[in-house]
Structure formats: C-alpha cells, structure tokens
Design a protein around this ligand. Structure first.
Ligand code: ADP
Ligand code: MG
Length: 304
C-alpha cells in the first residue's frame, strides 16, 4: 500500500519543554488517522512539523515515499491548522474563487466543493455572516479545491455546537469514502472513535498506542466467574491455553484472554473438570476504558 507520510524518531524541544519524544508512525493511502491526546500532548506540534511550519529538533519525516521535496509534496496536502480566515466582506464563492486564482485551480472546483460541504445554497452569503461551523466547512472546501491526496485537520470540531460537530464529522467521513486520506488531531476520544480507522495516542509527547481504532478496544476481552471452590477454579483455569492472566476481586474471578474463547466453550471446559459455575459473564473494555487505562499509565506501551 502506498505510503503518504512516514515519521521516524521525531523529537521536538521548545526551550526546556520536550514537546515530542521519539515518535514514529506511517500514514498509508485511504485510511483516516487520528492523533489523540489531551491538551499539550504534542498533536499540533506534530502537524506543524510535517507541514513545515515548526522546526523539528531531531528525527525524520518524508512525504510520498520520499520521492518529492517537502515544498513540492505539500502542494498535494490540504491542511487546516488554524481558525478559518477569509475576507469577511466577500461571499463564500468569491473567497474560494480567490483561492483558485492564487493556486491556479479551475473555478469549476468551487461549486463542486461548496456542494460537498453543504454550502452551495449559501454561496452568495458574505463570510462575515457565517456561523463558526459554516466557516469551518468553508475552510474544508477551500483545502479540498486542488483535490489533495491527504487532508489534515487540527481539532476540526473545537468550539462548534452539537449540530455543527455532527455536520463536520459527516463531511470528513464522506471525504474519506471518496478515497482521500485524512489525518486529524483531536483531544476527543469519541471523535476519533466515530471518524478514524487508525489512531496514534499521545501523552506528553510520547506514543502510548499506535494501530487500528478497532485494535485499541478489541482485545479478546475477559470473563467474570464465580464458583463454590475459588481455589480449585483458579487451579483449573491456569491449565487453559487461551488464558493470559487471572485476577481475584470481590469474590469474583476475572479471566483475561490472549486468544478468542467463547463463554460456552469455557463453561464446557470447566464442567468437564467438575466445576459448576454460579456466575459467568464475558466482557470487553470499551475504547474509553482502554484510553483511560493507557493515559493514566506513565510507562509507554507500544503496540501495533
Ligand atoms: P496539543 O496540540 O496536543 O495541545 P501542542 O503540540 O500544542 O499540544 O503542545 C505540546 C507542548 O509544547 C505543550 O507543552 C506546549 O506548551 C508546548 N509548546 C507548543 N508550542 C510552543 C511554542 N511555540 N513555544 C513553547 N512551547 C510550546
Ligand atoms: Mg493543538
């Protein structure tokens, strides 16, 4: 699969502040990537470096398999990393036409992109009359005028009302469905969960997790069990090949798995060893629980 962006061992210091520590990841064509982390974790710094507006301290990054110089490559990148800013007294259409003129893009793109972000019926309204959500949608339309390979968004729904948030997320999903690769930074777990296929979790400039969004929550899960003879239950469980670890809490036995195992199969296995369960539930951690677990733990745990 084609690599759009490759980042290797990137670090950034602002004076005494270590904003990024040795981060590495790859962006492949056609996926939607999220950089997820609390405020100050280094998301905007990462985007700034690859967009050539912040200087890295050490490490490497390369666009499009290193086949192009950064300034050439950036012509194929659409990015919104600041609050959208257009001429307030000009209409949506006039503003986008101006961008076309500057970037030498056909005017035909203006209506196409206004339609994509649902602003075609407001094309003749002045920018100054737009809500924040509409301004953000106009910025997305503007970034897409030259049909970029990748769209980069920094906290795309910050400050928007629920309806505005919903509209932006729908638009991002639609853009992705047309094959545009997307990289977005967000401190909102549910945003990343709803919109992204892949995620890089950052905390204080360190990568805590990188991989699929699905992979972050779809560990094999765990069982909650109860039986009369807890000691015997644990003894027998330890002989099962799918078992990762066992924890005992509040009279229950928690069984964590390293490979798939259904409740019925576990029950049968225990029955055959003469253990009758009085309680059997299979559970999974939600993505939120996984995220909180990850970010409270100071030790980085890399996983792919
Ligand atoms: P995020 O986007 O995840 O909120 P940032 O990348 O903006 O995080 O910031 C990461 C860290 O770097 C923070 O500690 C922030 O205070 C610091 N930082 C960011 N920009 C600058 C700057 N221009 N000068 C000094 N420190 C900065
Ligand atoms: Mg930021």
């Amino acid at each position: 699969m084609e690599t759009i962006l490759s980042i290797k061992n990137l670090s950034k210091r602002y004076g005494s502040v270590q904003a990024l520590k040795d981060i590495s990841f790859e962006i492949k064509k056609g996926h939607v990537y999220g950089i997820l982390g609390p405020n100050g974790s280094g998301k905007s710094t990462t985007l700034g470096i690859v967009l050539n507006v912040v200087n890295k301290t050490s490490g490497e990054y390369s666009w499009f398999d290193g086949k192009m110089e950064t300034h050439e490559a950036l012509k194929k990148v659409g990015a919104i990393i600041e609050r959208p800013n257009f001429y307030p007294y000009m209409t949506a259409q006039e503003n986008l036409r101006l961008v076309c003129k500057i970037k030498d893009i056909s005017y035909a793109k203006v209506m196409e992109k206004l339609q994509l972000v649902g602003l075609d019926d407001r094309k003749d309204s002045k920018f100054s009359t737009f809500s924040l959500g509409m301004k953000q949608r106009l910025a997305i339309a503007s970034a897409l005028l030259n049909d970029p390979e990748i769209l980069i968004l920094d906290e795309p729904t910050n400050g928007l009302d629920p309806q505005g948030i919903h509209q932006i997320r729908d638009i991002i999903k639609q853009i992705a469905s047309q094959g545009t690769t997307i990289l977005l930074a967000s401190h909102l777990l549910d945003e990343v969960e709803k919109v992204c296929t892949h995620v890089l979790v950052l905390r204080k400039g360190l990568v805590l997790y990188s991989g699929s969004v699905h992979g972050m929550s779809s560990n094999e899960g765990f069982f909650e069990l109860k039986a009369e003879d807890t000691a015997n239950l644990i003894q027998v469980l330890k002989t099962h090949p799918a078992l990762e670890s066992i924890k005992q809490e509040e009279g229950k036995v928690f069984v964590y798995l390293k490979s798939p195992l259904e409740a019925a199969a576990l029950n049968k296995f225990l029955c055959e060893k003469n253990i009758n369960l009085s309680h059997l539930v299979k559970r999974k951690h939600s993505l939120e629980e996984q995220f909180l677990e990850l970010t409270k733990n100071a030790k980085p745990t890399l996983k792919n």
